[in-house]
Design a protein around this ligand. Sequence first.
Ligand SMILES: O=P(O)(O)OC[C@H]1O[C@H](O[C@H]2O[C@H](CO)[C@@H](O)[C@H](O)[C@H]2O)[C@H](O)[C@@H](O)[C@@H]1O
Length: 282
Amino acid sequence: MRFTSEDAEKRYDALVRVAARTVVGLDFDGTLSPIVDDPARAHIHPDAPEVLMALAEEVAAIAVITGRPARQALDLGGLEEVGDALDAAGKELFVFGQYGNERWTSSHRRIMGARPPRGLATFERDLPRALRSAGASDAYVEDKGLAVAVHTRRLADPEGAFDRLLPPLRELADRHGLVLEPGKAVIEVRSAGSHKGMVVNRLAAVLDAEGFLFAGDDLGDVEAFEAVEELGDRGLAVLRVCSASSEESALIALSDVVVHGPVGVLELLGRLAADARALREG
Ligand SMILES: O=P(O)(O)OC[C@H]1O[C@H](O[C@H]2O[C@H](CO)[C@@H](O)[C@H](O)[C@H]2O)[C@H](O)[C@@H](O)[C@@H]1O
């Protein structure tokens, strides 16, 4: 775990002091679950449920904010059970799927979602031809209902295929009124309507937060990092945590703390829970 500046360490201390009024926002893939080749097997790190339950005792709320469909995050994360434990502690677990287009809470247990964006069906119709033209017919296409993710990780040349696919998919997305969300060996195509920064702002306002921690690992988390920084400018105690890997470094420059993958994220969250508890118990 590395604080990126002295100021960042002070930010951590300030967050501990307002832990009881702090919202913890967490990305899923690469932050709570280790990156794996098959998206259907990206299970949450086995230590995560216990760490989240301990943390919930000390903070106002925990929110998983992911590009995944909420249903998948619930299943791969065992988050319904985590929600049970949080409910019992009088706290709430939020799951925002598809970059904020879906919402689940441990108190309501229903996924509220948007409709598929106009243009997605015709985009999907034209997609195989675009994949063929880019020599990436074997790319794995993940149909997320409200979006499509084209994965190159399991191709022979993942980076080459990613680079060849980016321009034509951007052009095709534009033509269908959709936007591109590039990530780790993945190009997502989705509606322009929502992003993780909007979720951060909504949660901070609704929960009247005095502190906000967000941890993420990929480009789809940039808006959340920016929103958290703006909350800091407005006087909240904030901490931006980068779950680092050799695959993506864009978030490092925006971070207060850099940790190594999900193991490092959980270590930091465990430390936050322990420090907040020690302060509370005097
Ligand atoms: O917002 P996130 O929780 O980070 O989700 C973003 C996308 O993550 C998934 O893909 C990534 O994880 C896979 C499993 O480890 C990996 O195989 C892939 O290369 C990564 O890009 C997921 O499949 C996407 O739908 C999410 O939107």
